[in-house]
Design a protein around this ligand. Structure first.
Ligand code: EPU
Length: 437
């Protein structure tokens, strides 16, 4: 278990380079499986989620070359079934394997998907995914260590309606429908920028997909897709994380590769809290302009709302705002576990079962602590913290960097699931820490 000893109180200042979004790149890699010729994906970050998907694709016969320049070559021309034990070795390491279903069914007629991993921020069921696949004609068999899926008569286009605009289930539909026979109409789709980028990739491969109004996506199935060449959309979650780190440590961070259009909702909130930013051609500069930070009321939501992945790092900055901030988490039912450590560090945060944002959400009256009230400013003091998950872990690091004194943060390897060269970036930003494996 790797750990960091951090001495806080030093503003983070400097530049960080963003690569492609974790939540797009991994799916783009899976999309390459659908092609009958090689694909080239650019700006691929070196993070462990990419490593997991790379290993799973390799097990299925995809030849992958991935250099330090962030360019990945994926050759799917010899796709084959993988041994169950080898696939099972990846159980619990990521949520992406569920997206292998459609491409493997098209290529091989069957798929075995191990038990999923990912952050523990709620139940994270896969019922929408399984229902979508059944709509396309897949047969699903639950097994002790995963699920076996087959499509004896091939996948057929279908009318699909999602009960909630799930990112993963929308991707499931896209990856299953592009080569299914006939037309698919998906209503209630997620429309996150990462999904739009996946659609752009599929279109490059030969797919016919239109995004209509009101969360409707129409896909006309085609029998073959070719490979693609694509530069991945930048990681807006990483940009928002460093922005919050700049604010919480009174710093100044230039996020190279960040773009305004995909970050507008975040930028509005950042400005309301009292942060400043400058939009440049090659990135966005986020900084603390001096003066007091202001409290805000936020409800996390699907795009174009305020992303759930942005709230954890921002909460740390809000502990320094003068007054009461409220965050109503409406995407995941259990995403405030990370606040315990912040309270231990001196933050004043209370979590509630009620929907405190103004709009009742599907978690109201269901015993989920999904609203938080943060009262500030409260100085943060050093503590011993164990990183619980990816975004919560990043926020703990930010809290330790903002706190007075020396903190011990353990389990930090979890952060490398989603943040490339995390320790190098901290060093470049002037953080005062030592790392032990
Ligand atoms: N849901 C169901 N059933 C399903 C699928 C989802 O009930 O079959 C529920 C979930 O439990 C959750 C909500 O629907 O309450 C939204 O989940 P969604 O499917 O949209 O999330 P996901 O695809 O599993 C991706 C990102 C998350 C990000 C969410 C929301 C990846 C690998 N993960 O998850 O990213 O928070 O979309 O934007 O793309 C992260 O990067 O730290 C992270 C957790």
């Amino acid at each position: 278990m790797s750990q960091i000893t951090v001495t806080g109180g030093k503003p983070l200042k400097g530049r960080v380079q963003l690569k492609g979004a974790k939540n797009l790149v991994t799916k783009a890699m899976v999309a390459a499986l659908l092609g009958d010729s090689p694909s080239i994906l650019k700006d691929v970050p070196q993070i462990s989620d990419v490593e997991v998907v790379k290993n799973l694709l390799t097990l299925h016969g995809v030849k992958i070359e991935f250099g330090n320049d962030g360019v990945m070559h994926l050759d799917p021309t010899n796709v084959k079934s993988a041994h169950m034990v080898d696939i099972d070795a990846h159980a619990g390491s990521s949520r992406i394997p569920i997206l292998f279903c459609g491409p493997l069914l098209h290529q091989l007629g069957e798929a075995f998907i191990p038990d999923l991993g990912g952050c523990h921020i709620g139940d994270r069921p896969i019922d929408f995914h399984l229902e979508v696949l059944r709509n396309f004609g897949a047969v699903i068999e639950k097994q002790p260590n995963g699920i076996r899926i087959s499509a004896p008569e091939g996948l057929k286009g279908a009318k699909v309606s999602l009960p909630y605009p799930s990112v993963g289930a929308t991707e499931q539909v896209l990856l299953a429908a592009t080569r299914a026979e006939g037309i698919t109409e998906l209503s209630g789709a997620a429309i996150e920028p990462e999904i739009m980028d996946l659609i752009a990739i599929l279109q490059k491969m030969g797919a016919i997909i239109s995004v209509d109004t009101d969360r409707v996506i129409r896909i006309e199935g085609v029998p073959h897709l070719s490979g693609y060449t694509h530069r991945a959309l930048f990681d807006r979650n990483e940009a928002a994380s460093w922005a919050a780190a700049a604010l919480a440590t009174q710093g100044d961070i230039f996020c190279e590769g960040a773009r305004q259009p995909e970050m507008m909702t975040f930028l509005n909130v950042f400005r309301k809290v009292g942060g400043a930013f400058e939009i440049h051609d090659d990135g966005i500069r986020f900084y603390h302009p001096g003066g007091e930070l202001h409290p805000v009321v936020i409800e996390t939501d699907v795009h174009p709302g305020f992303m759930t992945d942005w709230q954890q790092p921002l909460v740390v900055a809000l502990t320094q705002a003068k007054g009461l901030s409220i965050i109503h988490e409406t995407v995941y039912e259990n995403r405030f576990g990370f606040t315990d450590a912040l309270v231990q560090m001196g933050a004043n945060i209370q979590i509630y079962r009620e929907c405190l944002g103004g709009t009742p959400c599907r978690f109201g009256q269901r015993n989920f602590y999904h609203s938080a009230v943060i009262s500030g400013p409260t100085p943060l003091k050093a503590a011993e913290i164990r990183v619980p998950d990816l975004r919560g872990g990043f926020s703990h690091m930010v809290a330790a960097l903002a706190a007075e004194g020396t903190s011990l943060v353990t389990n930090v390897q979890l952060i490398s699931r989603g943040y490339e060269h995390f320790l190098q970036k901290l060093t470049d930003l002037g953080a005062d820490f030592t790392y032990t494996e």
